[in-house]
Each structure stands twice: as structure tokens, then as C-alpha cells.
Design a protein around this ligand. Structure first.
Ligand SMILES: Nc1nc2c(c(=O)[nH]1)N[C@H]1C(S)=C(S)[C@@H](COP(=O)(O)O)O[C@H]1N2
Ligand SMILES: [Mo]
Length: 388
């Protein structure tokens, strides 16, 4: 089935009243899809350098999408959903593929893809960004898709996690050579979760994306999805799940994707380092369109799944004004928003968005985010400039 239709049907089934979003949908917005409607034109951002042309999505390569061209709730695999990997893209032999569950479990498992596909099927909309997404590429390391696969906690329950287990490590089938203390060693991409985090009921192992079997670039045949967490958690090409009683300190937990920032720790100010985990509350304006003298500002929101209170837009030195949220949004999808900008005056403008969740957390300005040395977790408000 066309995922768009599927999404629309789900919406009709009552996503509006599901309470997933705390944002009020007082009136049905005049758009459901943010695609350029007929007669709409894109107003160029003046903050985008003339030289900026994102590369096309190519086999084997990383890819950032052009956020000005986000056209649908589900990011198309061919040219929209971003791609990042650190050791290249392995082409695993799907016929002989096995997923091993090893370590501190009562019943070690070894499952073929067929075994996996015979388990209970779950589906979920989830969107995320790379922890290294940033203003420079207009936050193009982002995507939202419909995923189909199996429930992780059910698999772990079947394996039977033993008392004393602390962490669950997810190893990818991609192996890279790392120089560590002057020595070349082969290591697999891997990320770990605490047992509690791994047992969250929403985690899944996915073998389909937008109704297609998982493409090589996105982890064929199986990837982990930890909804509400940065992309790095979503291990592609998973071949082994290992349960252990020590912390896993591989490159992507202990050295890379580690945010170094200044924080007050128990009353004492310190520089602290933390592994990138849950997605910080963030909104980004992706485009401004016009039709018949009416302007619209559109963007996306990502967070850890906490329901939202509001998404607002500010034009120049005006007040914060409420934007409308795409009612197809769900807990872990991205939330596309639109703001109808009436009577936009000709001239230069600065526009910015901010999102607030129901716990009262507000997306901070660049001056308000904690002082940070590393380039991970860029979630400050992102002012854009345009000329009408
Ligand atoms: N096995 C493996 N999984 C991986 C990676 C990797 O290098 N190897 N990169 C991670 C990072 S940093 C990101 S941002 C996401 C990107 O997922 P995507 O390419 O499907 O968009 O995959 C994650 N999973
Ligand atoms: Mo990433």
C-alpha cells in the first residue's frame, strides 16, 4: 500500500483525537501535506549561500537532504531520507543472514530473516536526525518514515535476560579499521543501551521502510530503531545483540558522538561529556512559500516523544505566533508545521521558530544553550532570513 494513503487512513481513524499531541488542532489546517501546492512558489532564503547545492543521493555515500524540498510526511527513500555511516555500507548476504542474541541470556538465539519475519509484526512512524545535524546543511541529516519489523523487548524476553545484566550491545555487520594507541584494529560499529532503555516497548528491529524491504543504505536486512533518540542509536545491519554486565565503551559510545558541554553538576560547574542519546526539543524552519499574496512558513519539529504544547513562529521583532501542526504527526514522527503569514510586507525579514513541550521545556536560543565544545546536538533556535 502507498504509505501516504496508509498514513491518511490512520489519520481518519482518529489520530486527531488520539491525544498523542497536546497541541490543539482547533481548525483543520488548510494543508495536510507540506508539498508545494499548485501555484505556490518557493521564496529563496537569503541565509543560504549561492554555492549551496546538496549532492544527490548516491549508492554507498552519505547524503543530506535539501530541507527546502521536503514534500511529504514520509521522506522518500530515493532522494529524501538522509544517509550516514562511518565504515561504509556492507552488503550482507540476506539468504544466509542470522541475528545472534548472545551473552547473559538463558536462551541464546540465532534467527534467520525468515524467522524474524514470522514473528509478530509491528509498524510505526518514526523520524530522527543525525546527532551531528547543523545549520550549515540546513539540518538536512533528517528523515521520517514508516517502519515495519518486530518488537525488541519481546525478543529479549524470549532470550531471557539474566540477573545482573546491565547493558545490551547492538553490533552492526560493518567493520572498520581504527587506529587505537598506535595499533590498527578491526571494530564493528556498535551502540549499547541500558537494559531499561532496551526494554522500552517502542523499540523495534525493522526490516521494511515505507513499504519496501530495507534498502542497503538504511541497514538491509535489519536495523534497530530507538524512537526519540538521535540517529546514531539506530544501528543498521544488526548482526548480533549481546547482553553483558559491564558498560560498552566502543568508539560510538565512549569517544565519538560524545557531547562536551559546561553544566552545573550538584552545584558545581564542570565540563561534562555525555554520549548522544535522546533527541533534544528542536524546531527548524525549512521553507517559505507564497501563493496569491499569501505567505506560509513551514518547518519540522523533532524531540524525544514528549507531547508538545506549542510550535510558534516569530517574524522580525513581532510576537510569537502559534503555527499549525500537521495532524498526521504521532509520538515519534517528525511534526511538520505551517504558519500562515498574512500581509507579509515587501523587504528583508528574519524569521525563527520555537517549540515548547507539555513539561514547559522551551527550545532555547543559541545564547541560551549550554556552552558546548563538540558539534553534536545542535538544537538551538535557527533564525532564517528572506526577502519578500
Ligand atoms: N551499523 C551502523 N549503523 C549506523 C551507523 C553506522 O555507521 N553503522 N551510523 C549511525 C548514524 S551516526 C546515523 S545518523 C544513522 C543514519 O541512519 P540512516 O542512514 O538510515 O539515515 O545510522 C546509524 N546507524
Ligand atoms: Mo549520525
Amino acid at each position: 500500500m502507498n504509505p501516504e494513503d496508509e498514513g491518511r487512513r490512520k489519520l481518519l481513524k482518529g489520530a486527531l483525537g488520539s491525544g498523542v499531541m497536546a497541541v490543539g488542532v482547533a481548525s483543520i489546517p488548510n494543508w495536510i501535506m507540506p508539498a508545494l501546492a499548485q501555484g505556490e512558489t518557493l521564496i529563496p532564503f537569503t541565509d543560504v549561500p549561492d554555492s549551496y547545492t546538496p549532492r544527490e543521493k548516491r549508492p554507498g555515500a552519505s547524503f543530506a537532504q535539501d530541507t527546502r524540498n521536503i514534500t511529504s510526511f514520509y521522506s522518500r527513500i530515493e532522494d529524501q531520507f538522509y544517509v550516514v555511516q562511518h565504515y561504509g555500507q556492507p552488503e550482507l548476504d540476506v539468504d544466509n543472514y542470522t541475528l545472534k542474541v548472545t551473552g547473559m541470556v538463558d536462551n541464546p538465539l540465532e534467527l534467520s530473516l525468515r524467522n524474524i519475519m514470522n514473528r509478530n509484526v509491528i509498524e510505526m512512524d518514526a523520524g530522527w536526525e543525525c546527532g551531528g545535524n547543523r545549520n550549515g546543511n540546513f539540518h538536512g541529516l533528517v528523515g521520517n518514515a514508516r517502519w515495519r519489523g518486530i518488537n525488541l523487548s519481546a525478543l529479549l524476553e524470549q532470550a531471557g535476560i539474566q540477573d545482573g545484566a546491565k547493558e545490551i550491545v547492538f553490533f552492526g555487520g560493518d567493520i572498520g579499521s581504527e587506529e587505537i594507541r598506535g595499533r590498527e584494529v578491526d571494530t564493528a560499529f556498535a551502540r549499547s543501551l541500558s537494559v531499561d532503555d532496551a526494554m522500552r516497548p517502542e523499540n523495534m528491529l525493522a526490516y521494511e521502510m515505507n513499504g519496501e524491504s530495507l534498502p542497503v543504505a538504511h541497514g538491509r536486512p535489519l536495523r534497530l530503531i530507538v524512537p526519540g533518540w538521535y540517529g546514531v542509536s539506530n544501528v543498521k545491519w544488526v548482526t548480533q545483540i549481546h547482553v553483558q554486565d559491564t558498560r560498552y565503551m566502543g568508539r560510538f559510545m565512549g569517544r565519538d558522538y560524545v557531547t562536551l558541554k559546561r553544566e552545573v553538576t550538584g552545584g558545581i560547574e564542570r565540563w561534562v561529556e555525555n554520549s548522544v542519546t535522546t533527541i533534544n526539543l528542536k524546531s527548524v524552519i525549512i521553507r517559505v512559500v507564497s501563493a496569491d499574496n499569501q505567505h506560509r512558513i513551514q518547518g519540522f519539529v523533532l524531540n524525544d516523544g514528549t507531547p508538545l504544547r506549542s510550535i510558534e513562529v516569530k517574524i522580525d521583532n513581532g510576537p510569537w505566533q502559534t503555527a499549525e501542526v500537521n495532524p498526521r504527526s504521532s509520538k515519534y514522527s517528525w511534526k511538520l508545521f505551517t504558519f500562515n503569514w498574512d500581509n507579509a510586507a515587501p523587504g528583508d525579514h528574519t524569521i525563527v521558530s520555537r517549540v515548547t513541550d507539555i513539561d514547559g521545556n522551551v527550545q532555547p536560543t543559541a545564547d541560551e544553550v549550554p556552552e558546548k565544545v563538540s558539534n553534536w546536538e545542535n538544537y538551538a533556535q535557527f533564525p532564517r532570513t528572506i526577502t519578500i
